[in-house]
Design a protein around this ligand. Structure first.
Ligand code: BGC
Length: 436
């Protein structure tokens, strides 16, 4: 190996392969005994900036690697390096997360036969995210928010205005609305990251301080988002936030799922159940009308598992033109129950992959990837077209700051906002129930 590395006739790809091999060797050494680590000192020092490993018990690990540089943009206006973290357990699940926007870049899970695929839409490299999140080409899919942490206010605030003790005006980045915290919001920030390993899980703790007044929101907000991969193939996302002035907060994760694998086509045949008896219909700007309407007898009835595509083309009564306005499903469901509860179950009948979503939040935005138009290419090398993925964004209802009947999104100094969501994967085999 050393010989080849020093050969003057090596090709670039051979060098890359060898450096990768050296990296893996070094990474293994870091987690092994001190003696092994010392004997690998040379290769370790050559590649120490390439990969760092924290090993947990029983096959758990979290590694990090440099992932490029995020160009300067508000509010810090400073170019910063980003990393990609790989969380793995002993049951074939791997989640890759970058501290750029806290983006979940990929989620690898087995099907009922043990075949592992990436079920999260995304990009192969940092540049893909930076372009999509900050400068998406006109006429394309626009900002997809693939996999990202969304804040300070996930979803829409009507006309970029809300009142607390005073009236606040926000930048309008979605027609007349403020969407997902406005431009250069949480999904574009480089978060501070701390990996750790416990006996039954590995975690990545991310922190970001959102300045007072940034994007028009009052109060400096200190955010902590912790991703945890457990041995039972669950990805936990725990959010907390405090503020220096009264403000509004709504945090979510914007992963698009395709349980047959990203880039494998549309999700119309995948089954979905949402634990909700009602939803919040919207106006043409996708702002809730304020009504809470029963799903019974409408295409919004996902109370039992049904194919996502079964009713998605429905244009008329009794639910009005909701699916026309949103180009499909892009609505908030009012979840049944309180505390940590089941929000949704999704299942791909062909692979048997099952995703159960649990949350402490009162709502979930089920969005059927309506605005994907085939211009974005995922890690698979395939394009993403309309409905090639779906999101289950656990959150408070859209435009809550302007709807006094919705659960409040107000956060005052001295309070701590907390929220937890679990995306748990399993497989269902030939109608024999769920397990893994
Ligand atoms: C919104 C969609 C939007 C998508 C990507 C979702 O959370 O509900 O309307 O197109 O994010 O921006």
């Amino acid at each position: 190996m050393h010989h080849a590395l020093h050969s003057p006739r090596r090709s670039a790809s051979v060098v890359l392969a060898l450096v990768l091999a050296a990296t893996v060797a070094a990474a293994l050494a870091v987690g092994a005994s001190a003696r092994a680590s010392r004997s690998n000192h040379r290769s370790k020092s050559r590649s120490h900036s390439v990969q760092k490993v924290v090993h947990g018990a029983g096959g758990l690990s979290i590694t990090s690697q440099p992932w490029g540089t995020v160009p300067a943009h508000p509010p810090l206006n400073q170019a910063l390096p980003a990393s990609l973290y790989t969380l793995s357990n002993a049951h074939q699940m791997t989640v890759k997360i970058t501290n750029y926007g806290g983006v979940v870049q990929s989620i690898w899970v087995p099907d009922r036969r043990g075949h592992v695929k990436d079920v999260a839409l995304g990009f192969p490299d940092l540049q893909g995210y930076v372009t999509d999140f900050t400068n998406p080409p006109a006429g394309g899919s626009g900002d997809t928010y693939f996999g990202a942490i969304i804040g300070r206010y996930a979803n829409r605030i009507a006309n970029g205005k809300f009142a607390l003790d005073a009236v606040y005006t926000l930048p309008q980045n979605n027609g007349p609305n403020t969407l997902h915290g406005g431009p250069d919001a949480y999904n574009t920030q480089v978060w501070n990251a701390t990996p750790s390993a416990g006996p039954h899980s590995v975690s990545l703790k991310l922190t970001y301080t959102d300045p007072d007044g940034y994007n028009g929101f009052p109060g400096q907000v200190s955010n902590v988002v912790t991703y945890t991969l457990t041995q039972d193939n669950a990805l936990h996302i725990d959010y907390s936030a405090t503020t220096t002035k009264s403000t509004v907060i709504n945090l979510t994760n914007h992963t698009y799922f395709n349980l047959a694998g990203e880039g494998s086509g549309d999700v119309f045949g995948q089954l979905l159940q949402i634990n909700a008896d009602s939803f919040t219909p919207t106006n043409a700007n996708l702002i809730p009308t304020g009504q809470i309407v029963p799903v019974a007898g409408t295409p919004f009835d996902f109370r039992t598992l049904k194919p996502i595509g079964r009713d998605i083309h429905s244009a008329g009564a009794p639910e009005g033109n909701q699916l026309v306005l949103a180009h499909g499903f892009d609505h908030n469901w009012v979840l049944n129950g309180s505390g940590m509860k089941l929000a949704a179950v999704a299942e791909d009948p062909s692979s048997g992959r099952v995703l159960s979503t649990y949350t402490t939040e009162p709502g979930v935005q089920f969005y059927s990837g309506n605005f994907l138009v085939g211009d974005l290419v995922g890690p698979s090398g395939n394009t993403y077209r309309q409905s090639d993925g779906f999101t289950l964004e656990t959150q408070h209802y859209p435009d809550s700051p302007n709807e006094s009947t919705f659960p409040t999104t107000r956060l005052d100094p001295g309070q701590t906002f907390t929220s937890s969501t679990i995306y748990k994967f399993a497989t269902a085999g030939g109608g024999h129930g769920h397990g893994h």
